[in-house]
Design a protein around this ligand. Structure first.
Ligand code: GLN
Length: 201
């Protein structure tokens, strides 16, 4: 299946996600019929079979999702969602901040800025369940964590503050930034699980 990957482009690190998915698709042997493009409104979303929700400022992204009429279309989106950092906050069923109107697509409670001001940003090699090729070098920037997760959630990695990587159905949420750096194993895993396989040459 060709990939039609949208990156929600209302605020946050959009171009990094586009570049990371393009690199993942290239490594998977996909040609130009697989695409990565920006999503700003419901019509753009209708063309996607996968969507990235980038990091940025979750209160701002949440407000712009509502303003652009994207809340219901995102809730009923039939493809997989790859959500990082602020994007992970938006996927939750519960968030510790009333300014966020979460999509409720992953059964989890999320704490924003769970690592506190002292550790705004750090890097760590984390062990991830089911990911071959060794630990993942993760960049955390004012990162959230999931404090609880429902039975349908597959936890991929934890830190002492809480869950930092998980999956539910076709969705993946990560509290760090896999789009920084050129390790595309998580992008490739996400696409594979959606049925977007590598093309054998
Ligand atoms: N803590 C930020 C928020 O909740 C997310 C930070 C990020 O995406 N790098 O908006």
């Amino acid at each position: 299946m060709d990939a039609k990957i949208g990156v929600l482009a209302v605020q946050g690190n959009v171009s990094e996600h586009i570049d990371a998915f393009l690199l993942a698709l290239e490594r998977m042997g996909h040609g130009p019929s697989s695409e990565v493009f920006e999503v700003r409104n419901p019509a753009d979303l209708a063309d996607c079979n996968a969507l990235a929700l980038p990091g940025g400022e979750s209160t701002t992204i949440s407000r712009l999702i509502d303003k652009n009429g994207l809340f219901e279309p995102l809730r009923s989106f039939r493809g997989g969602i790859f959500a990082t950092c602020a994007g992970m906050v938006l996927m939750a069923t519960r968030v510790d901040d009333p300014r966020i109107h979460p999509l409720g697509l992953i059964d989890m409670a999320v704490d924003r800025n769970a690592f506190g001001r002292q550790r705004e940003s750090f890097e760590a090699d984390i062990q991830m369940d089911g990911l071959n090729g060794g630990p993942f070098h993760a960049v955390f920037i004012r990162a959230p964590v999931a404090t609880t997760a429902g039975n349908a959630v597959h936890v991929l990695a934890r830190a002492s503050q809480g869950i930092v990587a998980l999956e539910q159905g076709d969705h993946m949420a990560l509290s760090f930034h896999p789009e920084l750096g050129n390790d595309t194993r998580l992008h490739e895993r996400f696409l594979n699980q959606l049925g977007i396989a590598a093309i054998k040459k």
